[in-house]
Ligand binder design. Sequence first.
Ligand SMILES: NC(=O)c1ccc[n+]([C@@H]2O[C@H](COP(=O)([O-])OP(=O)(O)OC[C@H]3O[C@@H](n4cnc5c(N)ncnc54)[C@H](OP(=O)(O)O)[C@@H]3O)[C@@H](O)[C@H]2O)c1
Length: 458
Amino acid sequence: MSTADRPTPPDRRRVGVALLGCGNVGAALVGLLLDRGDALAVQSGAQLELTGIAVADPSRPRPVHVPTELLTGDAAGMVADPSVDVVVELMGGLEPAGTLVRASLDAGKPVVTANKALLASPAGMALRALARERGVDLLYEASVAGAIPLVRALRESLTGERIDRVLGIVNGTTNFILTRMASDGAAYGAALSEAQSLGLAEADPTADVAGHDAAAKAAILAGVAFGYDVAGADVYCEGITGIDPALVAFAGRLGHAVKLLAVVERVTAAGGPPAASDPGELSVRVHPALVPTSHPLASVNGAFNAVFIEGEAAGELMLYGQGAGGLPTASAVLGDLIDATRNLVAGTTAPAPERTPARLHPSAELRSACCLSVEVDDEPGVLASVTAAFGAHGVSIRSMEQHDGPASGRARLVFLTHLARWGALSATIEDLAGLDTVERVGPAVPVLDVPVPEGGPR
Ligand SMILES: NC(=O)c1ccc[n+]([C@@H]2O[C@H](COP(=O)([O-])OP(=O)(O)OC[C@H]3O[C@@H](n4cnc5c(N)ncnc54)[C@H](OP(=O)(O)O)[C@@H]3O)[C@@H](O)[C@H]2O)c1
């Protein structure tokens, strides 16, 4: 088709924007839209007009200035309104967000969302497929690592790259807690309370500390970086609640930092790196890990996020920044909104390559050296029964430290193993937890890549 034959895109001098949700991120976005109207019109090629803001309770007082005449409780009516061209979904949760996003796409209206829980659900996969089928933009830069321009970098700049592995610190709450445990020797509970008092953790922190938030992001990264559909529920997930300060200190003496990592990597069925021609299996997982201090991720501290990408031709890249918070997240949403508007003005859509279901690598078949802390009764014979549990599953111990426990008559043992199958480590932990003399067993925390020095901590 010659340029002259192409249909002329509709003349769009004004683009109506419906906002679903006006909480931390939504309110910050309203502020940016109101403050930067003229500049945004230049960037996007059309005047962005906020036509309505759907909230659960329109009568609730808002902490920031929001034009009250725009607030409504009728989200579905707003999506259907013909004056709405683009829908920004910042409500969170699966429903009614899922139904509203579907209705928007069905009506040919592009959607911008930060909703990782929805995107990593089976409903989210169906929505992506619907958007692709209909040729309507579904953009979600803010769903992983807040302000960090990650999704677009992977989808566009690195689209020709064969990516072998993505390692991410994608949850600021847990990174803050682990940083405090390392810098001050704080116990997990004390570090969590501090995060809550600073507004970095929810009153119910489960989604963050159990790793579910990071698992949803790992699933989204598996799609964007590797082209595979992976559900958050299929991501192997171990959080940080069982991390003991003695283990963090032990890791420090080994020259490692403990970080909660989202990992997406290609592996062979045997667990090694696949050849260039072999797509391999995909290991998608979230777990604390010992990261060597020489690795750039080890120095990502506090509530910051970073994602380390290993590509075949590009080599190693790291993107770093604020992974959450109303304003940083709204910045990423705004970028997507401008992109969707530019595409509307040009009569085009953002690229949305087809996805295939992933062949997921079973985590039990992974092999790592691991650290493990065990709290025991400080009695003769206990150490022998504990080490026997490792031996029963063929897990060889490289070194061990003993510390006083949190109460008198208790001791904390911290072990470093040689390379072991994760399945054997899980079986060891199960056996240890069943011993009468064992009060508590922490998770097996794998050592990332680089072999730790022989002989244990320095
Ligand atoms: N906060 C962050 O740092 C961050 C970072 C990255 C991604 N995200 C994602 O961004 C999204 C929004 O997060 P947030 O922190 O802004 O959430 P939030 O503060 O809880 O705000 C949610 C908003 O949605 C509205 N809402 C809830 N249920 C509704 C319903 N049934 N109908 C209409 N409106 C409804 C609420 O109305 P009321 O105000 O009336 O209660 C509120 O305005 C989530 O998907 C989240 O995962 C957040």
